[in-house]
Every structure is written in C-alpha cells, then in structure tokens.
Ligand binder design. Structure first.
Ligand SMILES: [Zn+2]
Length: 385
C-alpha cells in the first residue's frame, strides 16, 4: 500500500525524538480538496505560521530556540509552496520539524486534519494517534457466482488485488421444470460455483497470512452468503464482521463508502463497549480511574495501561521533560525539582507518555453521552495507585 500512510511505528519513532532544550514545530494542514482549494494552500500556510510567530514572540523563550523555530517555519513554507503536490487520496499534510536538531519529516495522510501549528518541547502527535486509533485494516471480498474482487482498505486508501473468475458461463437458472439433462447441467454449474467460492476463500486466507487485516467484510447476495461463509478458514471466522449489500460490479466509490460506513459502525460499537467496561470497573472499585487529576497522577507511576479520552478534550498544562511529571498548575517537578515547562495540551503529553510506556490509547468520539460519566478522561490501570 502507499508508503504515505502513517503507521504506529512512525508515531513511535516520533515519540523517541525527544531533543534536549528544543522547540519542535508540528505543522498540520488540511488539504482536503473537498473543503480547501489547492490555490489556497500557500496563503493558509503563511497565515498559520505568521499568527504563530506573533504569539511566540509574546512568550518568554530563549532567542536561540526562537531562531530555530523561525528556521522551521521557513522550511515548512518553502515545502508547501515549492514541493507539495496534491496526489492520490491525500487529505492531510503533517510536517514535524526542528532545525536545531536537523529534523524535518513530512507525512501525507488520507485523512483531513485540523489546520494548526503547535510549537512545543516535543512533536505534537495527538491527531496522528487519533487517526491510527480510528482506522482498521479491512479486507473486502466482493463476489457473485462469476467473479470476485479482493480489496484492502486502510485509512480511506484502497488496494485492489487480483480478481478471480469462475467457469460458469450461462446464468444459473432459478426455479422451473427441468429435464434430466438440465438437472445434470445445473449440478455441474453448482459445483463450479462452489469451486469458485473455495478458490476465493483460499485466496483470502493467503492475504490474511501476509497482510493481517483486522476485519473482513463480504459483499454478496444474502442467499449466497450462507454458502460461502462456511468455506472460510477457522482463522478467518472471527474476523468476519458481516455481509454488505454491494457486489463486484459496483463502482469503486460505492464500495469505499460502504466499507467506511461499516467500519465506523464497528468503531462506535467498540467505543461503547470500552466506556461501559470502564464505568463498570470504576463502580466496583476495580483497576480504573477517571478525571484529569487522577490520570495525570497515574502516568509518572507507569500505571496507565489504557488511556480512554474524549477526542476533543484539551487542556493546557506543565510537563517535566526529565521524568514525565504532568500538572495543570505551574510549578516545579514534584520528582526532580526541575522547572516544569508549559505545554499547549497536557492531554497530548499524557498520551505520549502512555505510548512510551507501551500502553494503549482509546479515543472516544466526543458526542458519546457516557463520556460525562468519566469526566472526559479515564484509564484502566496496571496496578492500584
Ligand atoms: Zn522531573
């Protein structure tokens, strides 16, 4: 698949980039052609950078760091103006830069992002983590009695594999009165259809072994589904997320739309399950916490296993770069006594730390009513704190 697609490994590499005494520029630009005409990219970029420059000058940063940020801004502007070309299904442009440490990384992603510039001691990766959390590797099998198409969908990008065709020429008759000969032909056609289905089921297993998709959707007629389903290998059975009302003859846009809709429904279901589980664990006094204060307290202790957070919950705060101390109030680090640095979003810092501790992040769509029950943020713990 397209190497533009950001992976959790890329994010982990960004997490490991923790320069001493630095200001890192994280630049996000929405380049979704449905919302932003390409002719506006340059102006938008210049405006975003100029506004950030002005607000930085009002803050109290050492001149050396500000010079490095100015260099980042110049490089970013130069990239957008002279080197960025909108190709394929790219909807978001992300650049992480730190001139003082010779770091400049560009990501083109298939998701629209909120345009913004963040200048912080670390790369701002929260939107990337949210995207990774929301999308799954899907395999889509579209088949009828004559043909089959195998498509992999990941983050709105689609990769079509080789198609398969059966030997069935004529239409399989339905109903009616048959003589002996017709019945023989009918049986032979039925065998050919089964052979075709089996070949497709084998191919899907092969793709699973290579690509490890998470979910499998079958696009075929309801009356044939029960014939195909048992032919899938037992490894694949738990991956099957259901039948879609699409077939191999449908237009690619119809197919992508149906797949993304199905994926969104699965994601919602998962989010509800996690919230329900978290609330239930809290209620019985199990290994869980809720609320920003508890979460910030749990992180330097390495206790946070799964951070569950409202997609839209942000909060400025303070962070000690040496020991993962996080706080809402200004002051020195409670562990090492160093001065804690101000950050635009302390939730982002919390997420980074959890990922570094090999924990997980679950983003919950902000309109979920149960988020109130955990005060918009909570966590499953490794041990009691
Ligand atoms: Zn500290």
């Amino acid at each position: 698949m397209d190497n533009n697609i950001i992976t959790i490994e890329d994010v982990r590499k960004l997490l490991e980039f923790k320069p001493e005494e630095a200001l890192v520029t994280s630049f996000y630009l929405n380049v979704d052609p449905r919302h932003v005409p390409a002719s506006k990219f340059t102006t938008l970029t210049r405006n975003l950078l100029r506004e950030k420059q002005q607000s930085l000058e009002k803050e109290d940063w050492p001149q050396g760091l500000l010079d490095s940020v100015r260099e980042d801004f110049k490089k970013i502007e130069n990239f957008v103006v002279n080197h960025f070309e909108l190709k394929g299904r790219v909807r978001g442009l992300v650049i992480i830069a730190d001139a003082a440490h010779d770091f400049f990384q560009v990501y083109r992603i298939a998701q629209p992002v909120k345009s913004r510039v963040v200048v912080d001691p670390n790369p701002y990766i929260r939107p990337l983590v949210a995207i990774l959390d929301e999308y799954h590797r899907l395999m889509l099998v579209l088949l009828d009695q004559r043909e089959a198409r195998l498509l992999e969908v990941y983050m709105g990008e689609i990769l079509e594999h080789k198609a398969y065709y059966s030997d069935v020429r004529g239409k399989v008759k339905e109903g009616g009165w048959y003589g002996l000969e017709e019945r023989r032909i009918e049986r032979s056609i039925k065998n050919k259809v089964i052979q075709h289905y089996q070949r497709v089921a084998d191919a899907v297993l092969e793709h699973f072994r290579v690509g490890h998709f998470e979910y499998l959707f079958i696009g075929m007629r309801a009356e044939d589904y029960s014939l195909f389903l048992p032919l899938l290998h037992s490894y694949l059975q738990p991956r099957v997320k259901g039948r879609l009302d699409i077939g191999p003859k449908d237009h690619i846009n119809t197919i992508i739309e149906a797949a993304l809709k199905a994926e969104r429904e699965i994601e919602e279901e998962e989010e509800n399950k996690i919230l329900e589980n978290l609330v239930e664990t809290l209620n019985r006094g199990g290994l869980a916490i809720k609320g920003i204060d508890n979460v910030l307290r749990s992180i330097p202790l390495g206790a946070c296993q799964v951070l569950v957070v409202d997609d839209d919950y942000h909060m400025p705060g303070y962070v000690c770069k040496d020991c993962a101390y996080l706080a809402l109030e200004e002051g020195n680090c409670a562990f090492c006594g160093k001065e804690a640095l101000p950050v635009e979003d302390v939730i982002e810092e919390a997420m980074e730390e959890v990922l570094l501790q090999r924990g997980e992040i679950k983003h919950i769509a902000t309109d979920n009513p149960r988020l109130e029950e955990i005060s918009h943020i909570g966590a499953f713990l490794r041990y009691k704190i």
